[in-house]
Design a protein around this ligand. Structure first.
Ligand code: ATP
Ligand code: MG
Length: 384
């Protein structure tokens, strides 16, 4: 009798040629997630089995696989050769000794001597005589003993399903560049895009020495959270210190954030093209702050020439975003109180609905191309 883990994936969007590709990427991602742990992954008609692992590492394997997108559900199961005696021995082990239960059998091996109903009845009957405080309730059981009689002469017996991360395997939907700040929103936006199967690179802007090294470390920690869901990623870091100093010196202070945003988007598009990213992703949510009014978004969007900008949080309330942030394990990092570059030289009254004409007028006081070139020279790339 061997302990194994059943990995099921959602087959909804798996049609034709897509399927083989999806499965290949998923298995690569599972291997990455399980790196450093002893295991073997085997494919078995529409699902995977993780085998040959150390029993003591079962929980660790489950918790890592729960972060792999494309997985629908997971079960820890006992694997036995298919005969009634073996199946009963395993069922005895996964059965609780009291409560309402049922036995559910799925029989892929049509040569097995008992059909599904007969096997369920046989195993259920034996369990009832062994555990006196058990009773059968097929409609509202407290637990279910599941028996899977496989085509290959083995059976899997298990009693619970863990919910997987859902979504699609990271790498099956292209590659995007996430603008990541130290805030709550952008890591959540990144997580949502990873879930749709897109691989991410991250890009962070700092204003050292106006922002400190702790702010940088915080962003590295946040990017590592996302790396945990994607088998690793690259974090690009660019300094906008001089850009901010120039805006501060030469332009109307009310336009600081608006102008900075335009620089960020221009730099992001260039870095994205360098790393082969096909879109930009931000954590903007409509109307949340001054720069996220439709006018603010128009202003930052209009400098991006070739790539679409995805804003997955556009329709979310802050409390919904916070809930997601907690779920993905980013919240406690995001709320550490270090300054972001957007809070440096912050005006008392930022323009709320800037007209594009007034923005371009302010911007014309700067040598945009030279500032861009200079900022791009500060690019650092960390592999996480
Ligand atoms: P967040 O919680 O992600 O910081 P926010 O609600 O604080 O979002 P802003 O600070 O206005 O909103 O930023 C909007 C978006 O712009 C962010 O979600 C992020 O995608 C991008 N952004 C802001 N600051 C930076 C930065 N320093 N580096 C990279 N991207 C940034
Ligand atoms: Mg922010």
């Amino acid at each position: 009798m061997e302990k194994v883990i059943i990995v099921r994936y959602s087959e909804l969007h798996l049609k034709g040629k897509n399927r083989g590709y999806f499965e290949r990427v998923l298995i690569i991602n599972m291997e990455k997630a399980l790196k450093g742990l002893k295991h073997e992954i085997k494919r078995q008609s529409g699902r995977y089995l993780v085998e040959c692992f150390e029993e003591i590492e079962t929980d660790e394997i489950i918790s890592r696989l729960k972060k792999v997108f494309g997985i629908h559900s997971l079960s820890v199961a006992l694997k036995v050769d298919s005969n009634v005696e073996n199946i009963y021995s395993a069922a005895e082990k996964v059965c609780f000794d009291s409560g309402k239960f049922k036995v559910e059998t799925h029989r892929a091996d049509k040569t097995f001597p008992l059909n599904s109903l007969e096997l369920s009845a046989e195993i259920g009957g034996r369990l009832l005589s062994k555990f006196k405080n058990l009773s059968v309730d097929v409609h509202k059981p407290q637990f279910t003993v599941n028996i899977d009689v496989r085509e290959n002469g083995t059976s899997l017996i298990f009693n619970e399903f863990f919910k997987g991360a859902g979504g699609m395997p990271v790498g099956t939907s292209g590659k995007g560049m996430l603008l990541i700040s130290g805030g709550i929103d952008s890591p959540v936006a990144g997580h949502m895009i990873l879930k749709r199967g897109m691989q991410l690179s991250c890009l962070h802007f700092h204003s050292y020495p106006y922002t400190n090294l702790q702010a940088r470390d915080k962003v590295i920690e946040l990017a590592k959270v996302l790396a945990g869901y994607s088998g690793g990623l690259k974090l690009n870091i660019v300094s906008v210190t001089h850009i901010q100093e120039e805006i501060h010196k030469k332009c109307n202070g009310e336009f600081m954030v608006t102008l900075l945003r335009r620089f960020m988007m221009r730099i992001a598009e260039r870095v994205a093209e360098k790393c082969g990213a096909q879109c930009l992703i931000t954590g903007e949510s409509l109307g949340q702050v001054a720069s996220q009014t439709v006018e603010g978004i128009t202003s930052s969007n209009s400098v991006v020439k070739n790539l679409p900008v995805l804003r997955p949080l556009c329709g979310f309330d802050k409390d919904e975003i916070i809930e997601r942030s907690r779920d993905i394990g980013a919240y406690e990092i995001s709320i550490q109180p270090y300054e972001d570059c957007c809070t440096v030289f912050l005006p008392k009254h930022p323009v709320i609905k800037p007209s594009l004409k007034s923005i371009i007028e302010e911007e014309s006081k700067l040598d945009v191309d030279a500032l861009l070139e200079e900022a791009l020279k500060t690019l650092e790339v960390l592999t996480l």
